[in-house]
Design a protein around this ligand. Structure first.
Ligand code: DGL
Length: 278
């Protein structure tokens, strides 16, 4: 019995996103919980998620969860705002392991940070259309004035690696001008791809606007959840070569190169799987 519990505790955490964006969450989990193993899945064949329907994103999320469960993960983080907004509540219903998304964490951080109660949210069309950030923020701070702006072109720009590029600057500037005009003092990076554009967004919004990366608070929330469920792994158990494993649904090599530039260590290999089989 004890052995079984040990093996469950030492199992990896499943993390998924439509592509590379969720690596910003994986990076934060690695920083805050360096002993934990991670199985990452990036749905690179079906990115972007932001312009797809709730039904489609829920179906994709269920497939990915089924895949992650074949890797015996002990908990799952939906490192994607769109899938968190659309699918978290649905998939939670029939899951027997802990799962969390990134929205609550982002909303909590925004409420803590805002001074004037004017909060901006940037995200995919799906996340903004769902209105989920506004709902969760207003539960905690009914007087908040929340303004959302969908920024659909930013995800493909990030997936293409155009992180510091005049085209990205121009497009981001057009999207952000609306929120600047509303005098938001806090801006939630409500898509896990956007922290990779942090310096551009910071420059455009100005020093006085606090940028919220939900990844930080998500990792804190994850740690608390694992502690509550008695699922924290034993230090030093995960073998370094197996500790972080990466899977995608397409273009494994491109992902490997990108992941190596984002994570604290070199990614040696990414495996491609056919996610439609799950
Ligand atoms: N990074 C994801 C999010 O946080 C999805 C972006 C996309 O695929 O459109 O919403």
């Amino acid at each position: 019995m004890t052995e079984k519990i040990e093996s469950i505790r030492n199992a990896p955490i499943g993390v998924f996103d439509s592509g590379v964006g969720g690596l910003t969450v994986a990076r934060e989990i690695i920083r805050q919980m360096p002993d934990e193993g991670i199985i990452y899945f990036g749905d690179t064949a079906r990115v972007p998620y932001g312009n797809k329907s709730k039904d489609t994103i829920t179906r994709y999320s269920r497939q990915i969860i089924r895949f992650l469960k074949t890797r015996q993960v002990k908990a799952i983080v939906i490192a994607c705002n769109t899938a968190s907004a659309y699918a978290l509540e649905e998939v939670k219903k029939d899951l027997d392991i802990p799962i969390l998304g990134v929205i609550r964490a982002g909303a909590v951080s925004a409420v803590k940070a805002t001074q004037n109660g004017k909060v901006g949210i940037i995200g995919t069309e799906g996340t903004i259309r769902s209105g989920i950030y506004e709902t969760v923020i207003k539960e905690m701070m009914p007087s908040a004035r929340v303004s959302g702006k969908a920024c659909p072109l930013l995800v493909p720009l990030v997936e293409e690696g155009l992180l510091h590029d005049s085209v990205t600057d121009e497009i981001a500037s057009r999207y952000l001008s609306e929120l600047k005009a509303k005098y938001v003092d806090t801006l939630v990076l409500g898509c896990t791809h956007y922290p990779l554009l942090r310096s551009t967004i910071k420059r455009l919004m100005g020093e006085d606007v606090t940028l919220i990366n939900p990844a930080y608070e998500t990792a804190i929330e994850l740690k608390a959840l694992l502690e509550k469920e008695d699922l924290i792994c034993c230090p030093g158990v995960c073998q370094p070569q197996e500790k972080y494993q990466f899977y995608v649904s397409d273009l494994a090599e491109k992902f490997t190169n990108f992941a190596s530039s984002i994570l604290p260590q070199q990614v040696k290999e990414t495996k491609k799987i056919d996610i439609e089989n799950y």
